[in-house]
Design a protein around this ligand. Sequence first.
Ligand code: PSU
Ligand code: MN
Length: 299
Amino acid sequence: MNDLVLAPEVAEALATGNPVVALESTIIAHGLPRPENLKVAREIEATVRAAGAVPATIAVLGGRVHVGLDDEQLTRLAEADGVAKLSARDLAVAAAKGVDGATTVAATSAVAAAAGIRVFATGGLGGVHRDAPYDESADLVTLARTPIAVVCAGVKSILDVGATLERLETLGVAVAGYRTLRFPGFYLTDSGFPVDWSLDSPEEAARAVTARAAQGVHRGALVVANPLPADEQLDPALHDRTLAQGLAALEEQGVTGKAVTPFLLGWFHEHTGGASLEVNVRIILRNADLAARIAAAAA
Ligand code: PSU
Ligand code: MN
C-alpha cells in the first residue's frame, strides 16, 4: 500500500465502496483569504456530506500525505503561516523535509487516484498563462495521466482559456460541460469557447466514470465543467477591468512562477469589494455538491 495517511472515515468508505470526493487544499491555504478560508473549507466538506459522500481533503502535514483531515488538521492548514504550495512533483521532497503543504489540483488528483478515489471537486483548473515567459500549470500534464473525474468551473479566467483548451486536447484530457456545450469561465458563466460534449445528469457523468475504468483504455482525467448560473457570475465588465489591472500589477511587481495564481486571485478578492470572493465560494460549493452526486451515482 502507498504511504498515505487515510482518515478512518475515508478508509472505511473506500473499503466498502461508498462514495468519496477528494478536495484540494491550495484553495484553502493560498486561494482564499483568512478567516473565510477555514469557514469555507468546513462548508465544502459539509456540502459533500449533505449530498451523500465522504469528503477527503488532501494535504501534507509534517511531510506526510493525508487523505481526509479532521477539524484540527483543517484549522492548522488554514491558519498556519508558511504552508507550502505543493504540486505533484514536490510531494517527495516535502516528505523528506517534513513540512506542511497544501496540494494543488495536480498534486491532489495524483494522490486521490493513488488512494482509489474517482471523483474530485475544485474551483477552477490551472492552465496556460496569458503572457510570456511561458507558464503552464502542471495541472494539465498531471490530468493527462491521472484517472479521475474533476468537477470544476472550467479553468481560471486569469488564464489563456483558448490555449489551455488546445493543450487539454493535445494531452488527451476529456472535457465535458455539465448541462452545457459552452466551456465555463470560472468567475464567468461562459469563457467564450465551446466544448464537444455535455453530460446532463450526475448519473450520466457517473456512467462515463465507470465506463472509463471498465474500458481500461484511456488513462487520463475527465473534466466535468460546471458553470455558474448567469445571474450568479461576476459582473463581466468588473471582471475584465480587474484582470487587466491585476496583470499589469503582476508585471510591475515582478511576480513569477507559482506565486502568479495566488497573486491574481488575491488581487481579485481585494479589488472587487468582496464580489469575487463570494463568487469563488459559490463555485466551489456548487462543484462539491455535483461531485458528491456523481460519486454517489458511481458507487
Ligand atoms: N481554483 C481556485 N482557487 C485556487 C486554485 C484553483 O478556485 O487557489 C489553485 C489550484 O490548486 C490549482 C492552482 O491547481 O491554483 C494552480 O496553480 P498554478 O497555476 O501555479 O499551477
Ligand atoms: Mn506556473
